[in-house]
Design a protein around this ligand. Structure first.
Ligand code: MN3
Length: 204
């Protein structure tokens, strides 16, 4: 009943030139695999947790056995965050947001340019490693937030509609220290069809 890493839904080089193949391979096969392995190691001693989904585990950190709270926070979060991340990117994607999420973005942030600016700004200002998110909050609002490390918005009761990984491992080979440039280019691979599916899930 171990947690498993799903294959990438496209080739390593599919997001070139915006995200390079080597970064994708290391990020998926090494970093994400390590979160999965560590999550499995954490729940190994607690068989009652092995039937839970990783989302259930990170939503309920306070009720976990004390000895594995931080392991699940970091590695369960890492697993859930990256599973979303691969899915909300695609080759031949990007462009203006479509569908209901496009409407929500225009309604809450004015236009796509202003939204991108605020999202990128939050990603740039996240000190050290972390994520920048568009979430549906527990009280139904659509907001931009950021979290440190692998913390998931789900732990605070919010639903991650979309998020970008601002750990250096996500961009350093191609962009070096220029996180702002990575954030800007990332919009070229954003998969609005998938984000609309998540937005729909967040609304129920
Ligand atoms: Mn990462």
């Amino acid at each position: 009943m171990a947690f498993e890493l799903s294959p990438l839904p496209y080739n390593y080089d599919a997001l070139e030139p915006y995200i390079d193949a080597q970064t994708m391979q290391l990020h998926h096969d090494m970093h994400h695999q390590t979160y999965v392995n560590n999550l499995n190691a954490a729940v190994e001693k607690h068989s009652q947790l092995q039937s839970k989904s990783p989302e259930e585990l990170i939503k309920d950190l306070n009720n976990l056995p004390q000895d594995i709270v931080s392991a699940v926070r970091n590695n369960g979060g890492g697993h859930v965050n990256h599973t979303m991340f691969w899915q909300i990117m695609a080759p031949n994607a990007g462009g203006e947001p479509t569908g209901a999420v496009g409407d929500a973005i225009r309604e809450n942030f004015g236009d796509f340019e202003s939204f991108k600016q605020r999202f990128n700004d939050a990603g740039t200002k996240q000190f050290g490693s972390g994520w920048v998110w568009l979430v549906r909050t527990s009280d139904g609002k659509v907001e931009i937030t950021s979290t440190p490390n692998q913390d998931s918005p789900m732990t605070s009761g919010h639903f991650p509609i979309m998020g970008n990984d601002v750990w250096e491992h996500a961009y350093y080979l191609k962009y070096q220290n220029k996180r702002a440039e990575y954030l800007k280019q990332w919009w070229n691979v954003v998969n609005w069809d998938e984000i609309n599916k998540r937005f729909e899930m967040a609304s129920h």
